[in-house]
Each structure stands twice: as C-alpha cells, then as structure tokens.
Ligand binder design. Sequence first.
Ligand code: HEM
Length: 478
Amino acid sequence: MFIRLHLIWSPGCSTVLVLEPVAAWKERLVGDAVRRRQESQVDLRCSSVCSSGKYMTFIMDPLLYPSVIKQGRQLDFHEFTDKVAPRTFGYPPVLGSTFPGLWEQVKRSFQLLQGDHLLPLTESMMGNLMLVFRQDQLDGDGGWRRGGLYDFCSSVMFEATFLTIYGKPAGGGRHRGMDALRKDFNKFDDMFPFLIAQIPIWLLGRTKAVRQKLISYFLPQQMRQWSNTSQFIRRRAELFEQHDQLKDADKAAHHFAILWASVGNTLPATFWATYFLLSQPEALEAVRQEVLDVLRDGGVDFNPGRDVILSKEQLDRLIFLESAINESLRLSSASMNIRVAQEDFALRLDNERSVGVRKGDVIALYPQSLHLDPDIYEDPQTFRFDRFVQDGREKTDFSKDGQKLRYYLMPFGSGSSMCPGRYFAVNEIKQFICLLLLYFHLQLEDGQNRPGPDSSRAGLGILLPSSDVRFRYRQRTV
Ligand code: HEM
C-alpha cells in the first residue's frame, strides 16, 4: 500500500514517503507525531495524510476534540462502517435503498443495551457468570490451580457474555462447543486488522472458511431454539425477518458481527483490569473490601459457599472498582474515531484556526495520545487504581494547558457513534472481577514482567497483551 504522509504543524511542515501496511503506518503516524511534539515542543494541533487521493486529518490536540465531535451532521461515522463492516463480517451493506429503513431500525435497537434494559441484562449476566464459575472453577478440592490469565478471563467472559446476549440452548444450561467457537473466534480476530484494512479475505489463508463456520452458528433455524435471548438480539432478528432480500446467511452474519462487537474489546479489557489489580495487591485488597462493604450495606454477609448477587445499583456504588477499570481502559485502549465529511466545509478548530475539509475527506481522533499524555495524566504509564476517584466520588476534572478537558477518557469512541454497549461492558467487567475477588485467592506467578501491548490492533480498540501471564488461584473457604 502506497501512502503519502503529510504532517502539518505550526510553524513548519514535513512530508514523508512510506510504504507499509495500514496498522503499521497508523501506529507510526501517531507515535511519530506524539514523539516529535514532545521532542521539539512545537504546537502540533493536527496532521493530515493523503492516501489513494483521500485526505485524512488527525486531530492531535484533545482541546480541539469537541469541535470535531459536535459536527455530527457534516462528519459522519456510518458511511465508513457501512463500507468496512460488511466486507469484514460478510453481509451486504445496509445503508442506501436496498434495505429501506433498516439502518435506522438497527440503530434504534442499540437502545436495548442501555437505560432500564440494562437491569435484565445485568441480572442475566450475573447468573451466567455464576453458572460458569460454579461448574468450571468452584467444584475443586480447594488446592491451587494454575493457568494463563488471558485464557482464564476470556473463556469465562466469552461464554457468560454469549449466554447473556444470545441466550441458552434448548433445554437450558450451557451451549456445547463453546471452546471450539472461541478458538475459531480468536482465529478470525487475529485477521481482523487485515480485514478492516480491506485486504481481500481470499488472501488471508483459511479466514473465509473460519468466518463461514462462525456465521453458521447464528443461522435463524438454530437461533430460534435458544431461550432467554436478550431483547436486543430478539429485536434485531425480528428486523431482519422483515427484509426478504436478506438471506439466512446474511442475517446470521449480522448476528456474528454483534458477537465481535460484544466480546472483541471486552475480553482484553477484562484481562487488563484483572491483571493490573493482581499486580498491585494493595489495590486488589482495597477493591475487595469495597465489594464486601457494599454487600454488607445491603445486609449480605458474604459466604463463598453460596451464590452471590450484586444488583445494578450495588455495582454503581463500586467507585474504586470503576476507577480501576477506567484506568486499565486508559492504558490499553487504542481505538481511532473516524469521521467522513459529508460535504465541503471549514472545520473550525478554535477561534484562530480552521481547516478546509472536502467531501469524502476523513477526520480522525486518536485518543491514545490523550490517554498517555503526561500533561493530563501524571506518570501516564503507571496503573493507579484510584486515579478516577476524588473526595469519595468519580473524578471528572482533568485538564491540559490550564483548560478543563471535556473529553479525557475515550475507550468507547465519541458522539453519535459512541459504543452503545459501554454501560453493559463496564458492568460485566465489574461483575466478573467482583466474583473473582470474592471467591478466590489470586496471585501472579513470580518472575514475569508486565506484558507489552500487541500493537497489531492499534487504531481498532483495546489492545491484546503480547503474551499471556501465568497466575494461580485457590477457592476461598471464608
Ligand atoms: C462500537 C468500544 C463493548 C456494541 C464501538 C466503538 C468503540 C467501542 C470504540 C466505535 C465507536 C466510534 O468509533 O465512535 C468498545 C469497548 C468495549 C465495548 C472498549 C468493551 C470494553 C461492547 C459491548 C457491546 C458493544 C459489550 C454489545 C453488547 C457495540 C456496537 C457498536 C460499537 C453495536 C457499533 C455502534 C454503531 O455502529 O453506531 N465499541 N465496545 N460494544 N460497540 Fe462497543
């Protein structure tokens, strides 16, 4: 892929010629831009790239983010996703006249992940986590068990999330073949950056066959037999039924895309939050005590011999746990927010500056540079579990150059395309960590460094660890 990179800052500018794959240039672009700014102290506000005749402007200064995010009408996200997502997941594009009204209806279905709809989802997730923990992890002899932390977190969260969103098999209980499904999912996920970069799937080995297998799991005749399916998925299935042009395989591919959305980021996010807490025993103890206190306030004296339930309201009160999750999202998130200009216009950045944007140009925010900015977050590479707590409440006051930031933590994107599953995601990570801390003694095995992030997914969400981390765990008796 041939890309001309044109960085603009004031004063001066530079042009670089690069020949490298998309993920690498994204990383290099942002990394270089941040480094050069730190080295030379120039005021780098935004930078533009020209690729295949299309201009991409990166907004580097987080104080300028509100100017972009508020331009929802002129800078749209969905034109981009409607080109990339169908090719990645294998369904026909839904915007346009082929499926009249479908896109708007799909968008409305996202509300079923939020507000009051979170209550049944939270309740169901709690039951499913408890089911998986009881059957797989809490039936042993009480001795130490060993494993890979990523593998542990992802196998429990994958299955419990699947059961919560898609429901249980006919007859209840657990679906057969979850491990095999997760392995296929991981194979697909490994190729995800290439698919997003629009590399033809036939160049990616067996990826097409693996995707076909994953899609076939969600064929309507199979899904109709499942029970306790979330209202979100039931509504989407109903919508797809109304469009005769959608074949069964297309409907299944849409459901598969939601599987990726619901676990693709949640699994690594769960790993990082758990890992960072385990790496700081005092943080782990403070969070565990907070969970026990909230249970005690609700009249529950926790006993590891019995199942526990934490309500949505109780989860909301866990501000240290929420802070620890936010802190791990800050450290592990590398998503890029992309907007496509719907018309020619002048994008006003502040009182002094505006950038001319032409129809079809792309504007990108890369919040990782803000998440790791030492002017905003002191000692930004260090995990501080209570960074987002102040005076017993959530801390929302972060600033740069003496100005309060409206956007200081953006793992879930921004504006109209902001992740609709964000509340569910944070809730389920909280639930998982609560159960883990309540039911187990946990330790990282000695002699291991903090794993680096695998940057092949830079720009696409939560980064996976470059390698798994060994840990041991033992069931608590009191
Ligand atoms: C979109 C992050 C979990 C459903 C997105 C976007 C991001 C994101 C960055 C794109 C937003 C943009 O570019 O402005 C995350 C992270 C998660 C998570 C970090 C976990 C830690 C979930 C879960 C669900 C979900 C659990 C569903 C149950 C979706 C959907 C979209 C989306 C449907 C597409 C929205 C649209 O097209 O407008 N997510 N997500 N996500 N997410 Fe999440």
